[in-house]
Design a protein around this ligand. Structure first.
Ligand code: GN1
Ligand code: MG
Length: 372
């Protein structure tokens, strides 16, 4: 940790109701959006570990509303876990730590918005799925998350990013970026632009289904990347769903779709060897099995009939967000190399092609496992 980071964390730590004295800390996740640090405090020699995390307020315009959502949702989950008699509850749901003034956030002198959670020990996350068992665990964890929140009225939550997964609006924004081509990058993304345009017909399918009342609005996670579920280091079991910033009213199909995007191929989100990118049927089958085990009790027939489609659509939606950001000069997603957002987009589009090749097989699995 740099001396500046240390100084900064010490200062931030004092603002929260963390017992003891700051001992040390380090950066733990280079997310696309927020900054995250783990810190250890010593309280009469006993270590107490927390996570201090910033909220990017350009992305999340109402961070206080966001934290209200997070507290409401985690308290609801905790009540359910207690009711179910689950053990190790502190490892199964995030616990926000209040600031000295009792609020669940602190705004520092530079206007940076901070919140603090108790550290979840002995778990790890993976950027890419490695085994079908992990896929099962992720499917089950997010399915259970949705099922535990099924009785929390979605209207109690603030939309932290309005129209977050609204594919037609995302598509429109892409078209604007293509037309403007402010960074003269359109020529480098010709094939991707063509591919995106070829998908125009399916962009409004889920929002239309929602508008017609065919699929219900529920409390959903909205960022169900595989690395947002923490797995026990020893057993590999899913312990805790994290990154609750986008928990808000949504369609469960957005969650399932993003799981398909991130949990069916053993490649990273920015894989450049595209011939390695494939929807792996054993991964999909395990993911689906885990998900249905937890979600069977609340899924409606129309939701079920759109599961496979949602995989394609969410991969497309995130893919065009990467492409748009590339064309707009990498303003949104943090990049680590040149053309990074274009690489991310290419990976998503290759996965869509693979999904289209295997759609029938995937639909057959939904039928089979639903009956099972
Ligand atoms: C962002 O910050 P992170 O990595 O959890 C993004 C998601 C994208 C994801 C792609 C608020 O998530 O929507 O799917 O990157 N979150 C936001 O990796 O835009
Ligand atoms: Mg996130």
């Amino acid at each position: 940790m740099t001396p500046e980071d240390r100084e900064r964390l010490t200062r931030i730590g004092r603002q929260f109701q963390v017992p003891g004295e700051f001992h040390d800390g380090h950066r733990i996740k280079i997310g696309h959006i927020n900054e995250t640090f783990a810190a250890t405090y010593l309280h009469f020699e006993m270590p107490f570990r927390v996570v201090h995390q910033t909220v990017n307020t350009h992305v999340f315009r109402d961070p206080e509303g966001l934290m209200r959502n997070v507290v409401r949702v985690t308290e609801h989950l905790r009540r359910r876990l207690v009711w179910n008699g689950t053990d190790q509850i502190p490892r199964r749901v995030l616990q926000a730590v209040p600031a000295r003034d009792g609020k669940f956030f602190h705004i520092d002198g530079d206007g940076v918005f901070w919140r603090t959670f108790i550290f979840v020990p002995d778990v790890r996350s993976y950027d890419a799925v490695e085994t079908p068992r992990q896929a099962y665990q992720a499917g089950f964890a997010f399915g259970e998350f949705q099922s535990f929140l099924a009785d929390l009225p979605a209207s109690l939550l603030t939309p932290t990013i309005p129209d977050f997964h609204h594919t037609p609006k995302r598509f429109q924004r892409l078209q604007q970026a293509i037309a403007r081509d402010e960074y003269n990058r359109g020529r480098l993304a010709r094939k991707e632009i063509e591919f995106a345009e070829s998908m125009a017909d399916c962009v409004s399918r889920l929002v239309d289904a929602e508008a017609r009342g065919e699929v219900p609005v529920r409390v959903t996670h909205n960022d169900t990347k595989f690395n947002n579920v923490l797995l026990d280091e020893q057993t590999g079991d899913a312990m805790c769903v994290v990154d609750l910033d986008t928990v808000m009213p949504g369609l469960i199909l957005y969650d399932f779709g993003d799981m398909v995007r991130t949990t069916t191929s053993r490649t990273a989100e920015d894989e450049v060897y595209l011939d390695r990118v494939e929807l792996e049927i054993p991964m999909f089958e395990a993911l689906l099995k885990g998900y249905l085990t937890a979600a069977r009790s609340f899924l409606t027939p129309s939701e079920r009939s759109l599961l496979v489609f949602s995989g394609k659509l969410l991969t497309f939606t995130i893919g065009i967000r990467f492409l748009t950001d590339y064309l707009e000069g990498d303003q949104y997603f943090r990049i680590h190399r040149e053309h990074h957002n274009l690489d991310r987009c290419r990976k998503q589009f290759r996965l869509i092609e693979s999904i289209m090749e295997k759609e029938d097989e995937m639909e057959a699995l939904v039928e089979k496992l639903w009956e099972a």
